[in-house]
Design a binder for this molecule. Structure first.
Ligand code: FAD
Length: 483
């Protein structure tokens, strides 16, 4: 620890975002010149605030088990190559988590007990951006090949992490992706203003050079490549197909035109943002947009609708407005806020809490024109509507962002014959194995909708299990057991 008094001398400072009026006119990341570069003038001092605690709770706060005090110290000493080596030892893709993670490590930071936590997420993204710029991120192809083959189905963060680990361990890995390009939600869910796709593409380039093969535009389980064929052709299979069945809202008027799932709207917007053309694109321009749901997906719909020029945007949430106030007599830090507050919430839109949608109201042409809502509260564990509070709000584009209920079952999952758990996710044992010999699962397909950091951690853990299955033992780390 280079500066034992760093946390006494220095206060927390984070990267400043671009002014709202500037950034809503483009799709670039909300930080000037990329967050990593924006942070460089302050980052050594910020890293010096790490106390290098005897028991660093940040390690266990992070699902990846990132060894945070070590790379904080290396950044403080200006040893960026050493820092990326320590960071990559536990995290394949810090450029994703450094931009997109809600940072449970910061919630766990001991400094947070009586002053603001170390800016761990900012330090992480500075390390990886500087590493890419300085040429420290090099392909790490295996020294020998095992002769074993693995199919990874799905190219989101879980599939990519599993594939990178298994390729480096010497197995021959093919990643199948039904979309035209790999990346999963990192490419077609998450907008450019949160993470520009060039960061994903740079990492995919490294993976290709290491020997991972990508087969995009192939939906496994449809057409020739059935579950049986897959098992015949490969020694092991990793299901990393995500949680893609979106929760619906079957209230009167659901059939009206202008009501869409977020994942119908966002992928189209993301394609257009990088210069593609989408015929019949669902757009928010000039419309009264209502977003139902208050998480990351809702925030991404909000930022996208703002950039497309919506006339008004209202984001509805069934839960009450959270409070960050500490209850009297409770000295310890409060539980983190229930809802994500994203950069998009600085940019516009109204948030309405504790309401439920009763009905969508249409015009004579079958288009939605309004949404009828009612105020609600949770009483005795039950959702209760407040009589006399029903009202209509204008809505000519409604976007559902109410979460995902599990992986799609027809096709691959049915063909493989894997068991599902009581929530409809792929059931796995402690080693990420399913009930079908040689078939493993990682990420949202098994965990249920979650976070990028969990997907990467599960991908790494599943890779260790596959390596043991194929080779009898493994040197690969397994950061987390499944829950
Ligand atoms: P996914 O990323 O969903 O990837 C699964 C892939 O499998 C997809 O590309 C799909 O096309 C492919 N696939 C499915 N079936 C087949 C098949 N049969 N054959 C071939 N390919 C198939 N988390 C955060 O931590 N921070 C955020 O800011 C954040 N923002 C989000 C924003 C949105 C809009 C959404 C929807 C989620 C967000 N999340 C965020 C959650 C996070 O993106 C997911 O938890 C994570 O991507 C899950 O990774 P995964 O690899 O399991 O699945």
């Amino acid at each position: 620890m280079a500066d034992p008094k760093g946390f006494l001398k220095n206060t927390r400072e984070v990267a400043g975002r671009r002014p709202v009026e500037e950034r809503v006119n483009d799709w670039d990341e909300v930080y000037p010149g990329g967050i990593g570069r924006a942070l460089l003038p302050i980052i050594n001092v910020q890293a010096s605030r790490c106390m290098d605690c005897g028991i660093p709770f940040c390690h266990s706060g992070c699902p990846l088990g990132n060894i945070i005090p070590e790379w904080n110290d290396l950044v403080w000493r200006d040893d960026w190559e050493g820092a990326i080596e320590r960071l990559h030892a536990t995290n394949n893709f810090p450029e994703f988590t450094g931009r997109l993670c809600p940072a449970p490590c910061e919630t766990a930071c001991v400094l947070g007990i009586n002053q603001p936590a170390v800016t761990i997420k900012n330090i992480e993204v500075s390390i990886i951006d500087k590493a890419f710029e300085s040429g420290f991120v090099r392909p790490q192809p295996p020294e020998w090949l095992s002769g074993k083959t693995v199919a990874v189905i799905g190219s989101g963060p879980a599939g990519l992490a599993a594939a990178q680990q298994l390729t480096r361990a010497g197995h021959t890995v093919a990643v199948y992706e039904r979309a035209d390009k790999p990346g999963g939600l990192l490419r077609y869910g998450i907008p450019e203003f949160k993470m520009e796709k060039k960061h994903l593409d740079k990492r995919l380039e490294q993976m290709k050079r290491e020997g991972t093969v990508f087969r995009s535009g192939v939906e496994v389980g449809q057409g020739d490549l059935t579950g049986d064929r897959l098992r015949d052709r490969y020694d092991a299979v990793v299901i990393a197909t995500g949680s893609t069945v979106a929760r619906d809202l079957p209230v009167p008027g659901r059939e009206l035109k202008g009501i869409h799932q977020a994942m119908e709207f966002l992928p189209q917007a993301n394609r257009v943002a990088v210069g593609e053309e989408v015929e019949g694109q669902i757009r928010a321009d000039g419309k009264h947009v209502v977003i139902i749901g208050g998480g990351d997906t809702g925030a991404d719909c909000l930022g996208t609708s703002i950039r497309q020029g919506a006339a008004s945007i209202t984001q509805l949430e069934i839960m009450p407005q959270p409070t960050e106030e500490r209850p009297t007599g409770q000295p310890w830090p409060t539980y983190p806020m229930t809802y994500r507050v994203s950069s998009a919430h600085e940019e516009g839109g109204d948030r309405v809490y504790a309401v439920s949608t009763k009905e969508f109201v249409g015009d004579d042409d079958g288009n939605v024109r309004a949404l009828r809502l009612v105020e609600v509260a949770f009483e005795g564990g039950k959702l209760v509507e407040h009589e006399g509070t029903e009202r209509e709000i204008p809505a000519d584009l409604v976007l559902f962002a109410m979460g995902f209920v599990g992986p799609e079952q027809p096709g691959l999952i049915e063909q493989l014959g894997v068991d599902l758990d009581e929530r409809g996710n792929v059931k796995r044992a402690n080693d990420y194995a399913t009930n079908v010999d040689g078939v493993f699962v990682a990420g949202d397909a098994g965990r249920g909708q979650s976070l990028i950091v969990w997907a990467i951690a599960e991908g790494r853990s599943a890779a260790a299990a596959v390596d043991t299955f194929l080779s009898g033992s493994t040197q690969l780390p397994a950061p987390i057991p499944p829950t």
